[in-house]
Structure formats: C-alpha cells, structure tokens
Design a protein around this ligand. Structure first.
Ligand code: FAD
Ligand code: NAI
Length: 470
C-alpha cells in the first residue's frame, strides 16, 4: 500500500526543503523526494555555499599576501594549501546539508532518496537513482515541483569537468591553473574567476555582450569592471567563443567579435563555462502529466504557483524569475501558505541580487536604464565609499552607493551598491523599500557611526542634493 501525504515535494534544494518545512509547520503531512544523497540542492552542494567558502578563504589569502603589509602585518613564506582550503569548503557543505536532515527530522518530514516522477494529479513515482529496484508510488493531496536548474551548455565547448569545467568543476580544481579562461562575464564567472585569480591564476573573462553583469545598473557594471581589471582580471567583451580544442597541455579556444570579424585564439589550462543556467525538468513526467512549459523550458504557473494541472504547483529556479536561492525560498513559503488557505505573496521587484566578489555588488529594484526605458522621472543620489570614514579606516574605499527615487513622490525605486559588504548593506534598502520608504525616510533614519551603512543615508540625502560629507 502506498503512503498518502498532504504534500509531496520533488527536489530538496532551497525551494523544496524550505517549502517542506513551512508546510510541516502549517500542519501538513509532508514527504520530500530528492535524488541526491544530501539535501540542500544546487545551493548547498555545488552553488552558494561552496563558492562563498572559497571566496572567503581566497580573500584571506589575498589579504595576507598584499594588503596585510599596509596594516603593519608582515607574513614570511606565505604558502597556499589548496587541499586544506578545498577540504574546509567540503566540511562547511557537509555540516550544512546534515543540518537540513536534522530540520527534516524535527519537522517529521519523510525523506525519499530517488528520482521523482509526476504521474498526474495526486501521484508521484519514486525511482531509485541508478535504475536498480522498482519505482515506489506515493500519493499526495498536492505536489510541489522544486527541481531547480542545471548548467547551460555551450555547443562546441563540451564540459568534461577536468579541462573544460562548469561551476561544479571550478569548485574543486585539484591545482591552481596557470591560465583560466572564463566564458561568461556574469555572476559565476566573476565570483569563481575572482577565487582562482586570488589563488594565482591568470584569468581572462570572455563576454558576449559589451558589458559585464548586464542585468545590473550600467554605472555599477563599468566601475566593477575597472576594479576587477585593477585586480588583474582580463576582459574580452563583445566576443563569442566559436569552438574549443583540447590538447595535453590545455585548451585552445577560438573566438571572434560577437558582431562577426577576425578569428582569434586563446590558450588556457582550464576553461570555465558559465553562460547561465536552465530549468531542470528532465524525466519528470511533465509531458505525460500535461504540465505546460514556456518557450524557455520553465514551468508555467499562475500567481498562486499553480500549474495547469490541478494539485501540481512549482517554485524556485524551475519557474520564471531570478535564479536565486532566496527567491526560491520565498516562492516556496508563499506557495505552501496559499495551499494552507493563507495569503502567501512575493514582491519580485524587491528580490535583492548580490555578487560576492571583492568589492561586492548588490542591487534591489530598478536600474537607471530601466527607469529611463519606462520613462519614469527620478532623482539619483550617489555617495562614494572614499568619503566614508569606516571605509577609510579599513582601507576598503572602492565603490559607491546609488539611491534612485521617484521625482514626484520621493519613493525609493532602486538601490545599487558596489563596495565592501554591499551584500549585507542592501538588506537595509530592501526593508525600507518593502515598507514603501522615501529617500527622505532613509535620510532621516539614525545610522550608527562609523559604519559603511552611513553611505546609504548619505546617498539618500544626495537625492535631495544635501549629502553632508561630499
Ligand atoms: P536547486 O537548488 O537546483 O534544487 C533542486 C533539487 O532538485 C536538486 O537537489 C536536484 O537534485 C533535485 N531534483 C531535480 N529533479 C529531481 C527529480 N526528478 N527527483 C528528485 N529530485 C530532483 N543563489 C543565491 O541566491 N546566492 C548565491 O550566492 C548563489 N551562488 C551560486 C553559486 C553557484 C556556483 C551556482 C551554480 C548557483 C548559485 N546560486 C546562488 C543559485 C542557487 O543555487 C539557486 O537559485 C537555488 O539553488 C535554486 O533553488 P531550487 O531549490 O529551485 O533548485
Ligand atoms: P549569468 O546569467 O549571471 O551570466 C551569464 C553571462 O554569460 C552573461 O553576462 C551573458 O551575457 C554571458 N553569455 C551568454 N552566452 C554567452 C556566450 N555564448 N559567450 C559569452 N558570454 C555569454 O549566469 P551564470 O554566471 O552562469 O550564473 C547562473 C545563475 O546562477 C545566475 O544568473 C544566478 O541566478 C545564479 N548565481 C547567483 C549567484 C549569487 O547570487 N551571488 C552566484 C552564482 C550564480
């Protein structure tokens, strides 16, 4: 006899495990089907967490080798123990994924290890991974699809996770490559490019468009590129890779201007392909169950996260919206609250985006380009960290804060930060915007001194052209 649940979640990433826990809190009997042995999905196993562990370790290494002496600290015979650095990262990941097992036990969520297949309304089949054993059928009042995303392949540059790697391979290179070519000047390329540059690789980023981090504010993108160039990263913008040839001593990439033109070659020991991710819906039974996908392969849902098949919901990277862990979590909480008859809601205009390089880049709301496109009248206030006393004390003065506010109402429409700890600072802007703050509201809020956040207050004052410290 098959088990019956209120909710079966397929996928144990930030969308799936958070949705499962919230549903259990709401009193549902919940099961979660995940094909990996560990919970946490892409984010914990091969995304957010291992990349941040390496970013942090490599930042210490860079500090020890460079800035430390400016602070009167000299280090003799600095040595990199890459194996230990990777080992620490694996331990962080292992501890956190085990933590989710603990949360599942606490919330009495039944865990199935295997490949989940939607069999139609109210039924999921769990197939053991590797094909051994027969599928088990479980019944559910509702099904929540949270199967996430996978690496977008680049034709002609086949990933082998040794010489040509995806982010997964780039998180466990056994030695520092002399030359690393990064295809894609987006979030992964710049975060993992930064890690390996700090550890000693010569990094070249090849970007198809004529700017890096194209979704960010244009002024931030330009400043960010300048800072990264100063750190030693090379950029080839407006360039497309047309092929890759692997040899014993590395990979030769052929490329040409994106608009067409003379072919060029670039040799690298390792090539990282990071041109985006695509929704993961393989062997999920969606066609058979009649679930509609859009032209980009994402599952189509309404504002209540319902697919076109009754009782089947979807959340996270597999539906529209930014492919971010916190967005996936918000989706999942809202979806299960709606299932429980509550009023779950996500404001997609207020999903912050952070790039955890040094300096960090963080944004929420609209960019200047978007406001111009939408013909919105706005005022901009900008404040450089060079004029912030805490940034001067730490020596981390690169970057600025920009606050964009509606010209008439003064309501904050977007905040963009490039600078140390931008990711932590953006939370203040998100909270303010969630409550519909004006620039004046932020400007009149008391900020502790000396803190980097004072730059947000100063940029808000700048909207009315009355910053104090510039
Ligand atoms: P996933 O985390 O992809 O989880 C889906 C899970 O479903 C997987 O574990 C998969 O094994 C499982 N699954 C799939 N199909 C089936 C099936 N049929 N049956 C059973 N199980 C199945 N986001 C941030 O917000 N901040 C960051 O710093 C950040 N860093 C990143 C760094 C890297 C290198 C990468 C690759 C991504 C990063 N992301 C980051 C993005 C983040 O990882 C994703 O947005 C997030 O994991 C999406 O969550 P999800 O639950 O929708 O999907
Ligand atoms: P991305 O979308 O951030 O960047 C991809 C870049 O590749 C873009 O600049 C794009 O113009 C470029 N590109 C596309 N096709 C190309 C081609 N053929 N040749 C050269 N350049 C090409 O995608 P990325 O970096 O792969 O990351 C995937 C997703 O993972 C991100 O969009 C984000 O959602 C998530 N992520 C989030 C992180 C964070 O929040 N800190 C960290 C890492 C990943």
């Amino acid at each position: 006899m098959s088990e019956t649940y209120d909710l079966v979640v397929i996928g144990g990433g930030p969308a799936g495990y958070v949705g499962a826990i919230r549903a259990a809190q709401l009193g549902m009997k919940v099961a979660c089907v995940e094909k990996r042995k560990t919970l946490g999905g892409t984010c914990l196993n091969e995304g957010c967490i291992p990349s941040k562990a390496l970013l942090h370790s490599s930042e210490h290494y860079e500090f020890a080798g460079h800035e430390a002496k400016d602070h009167g600290i000299s280090i003799d015979k600095l040595k990199l123990d890459l194996k230990a650095m990777l080992g620490r990262k694996d331990k962080v990941v292992g501890d956190l994924t085990k933590g989710i097992d603990g949360l599942f036990a606490k919330n009495k969520i039944k865990r199935y290890i295997g490949h989940g297949i939607v069999m139609g309304k109210g039924e999921v089949a769990v197939k053991p991974e590797g094909g051994k054993g027969s599928p088990e059928s479980i019944k559910a009042k509702n099904i929540l699809i949270a199967t996430g995303s996978e690496v977008m392949p680049l034709p002609g540059v086949e990933i082998d996770e040794k010489q040509i790697v995806s982010s997964t391979g780039a998180l466990e290179l056994p030695k520092v490559p002399k030359k690393l070519a990064v295809i894609g000047g987006g979030v992964i390329g710049l975060e993992l490019g930064s890690v390996w540059r700090r550890l000693g690789a010569e990094v070249t980023v090849i970007e198809f468009l004529d700017k890096i981090i194209p979704a960010n504010d244009g002024e931030v993108s330009k400043q960010f590129q300048k800072v990264l160039e100063k750190q030693g990263i090379n950029f080839k913008l407006g360039t497309k890779v047309t092929g890759a040839k692997k040899g014993k001593d590395g990979v030769t990439l052929t490329m040409e201007p994106a608009k067409g033109g003379k072919e060029e070659k670039l040799k690298a020991d390792v090539v990282l392909v990071c041109i985006g991710r695509r929704p993961y819906t393989q062997n999920l039974g969606l066609t058979e169950a009649g679930v509609t996908l859009n032209d980009r392969g994402r599952i189509v849902v309404d504002e209540h996260f319902r697919t076109n098949v009754e009782g089947v919901y979807a959340v996270g990277d597999v539906i529209e919206g930014p492919m971010l862990a916190h967005k996936a979590e918000e989706d999942a909480v809202a979806a299960v609250e709606i299932m429980a008859g509550q009023a779950g809601h996500v404001d997609y205009n207020l999903v912050p985006g952070v790039i955890y390089t040094f300096p960090e880049v963080a944004m929420v709301g609209k960019t200047e380009e978007q406001l111009k496109d939408e013909a919105v009248d706005y005022n901009a206030g900008k404040f450089p960290f060079m004029a912030n006393s805490r940034a001067r004390a730490t020596g981390q003065t690169d970057g600025f804060v920009k606050v964009l506010a509606d010209k008439k109402s003064d309501k904050v429409l977007g905040v963009h930060i490039i600078g140390a700890q931008a990711g932590t600072m953006i939370a203040e802007a998100v909270t303010a915007m969630e409550y519909g703050a004006s620039a004046e509201d932020i400007a009149r809020t008391c900020h502790s001194h000396p803190d980097l956040n004072e730059s947000i207050k100063e940029a808000a004052l700048g909207v009315a052209k009355r910053s104090i410290h510039i």
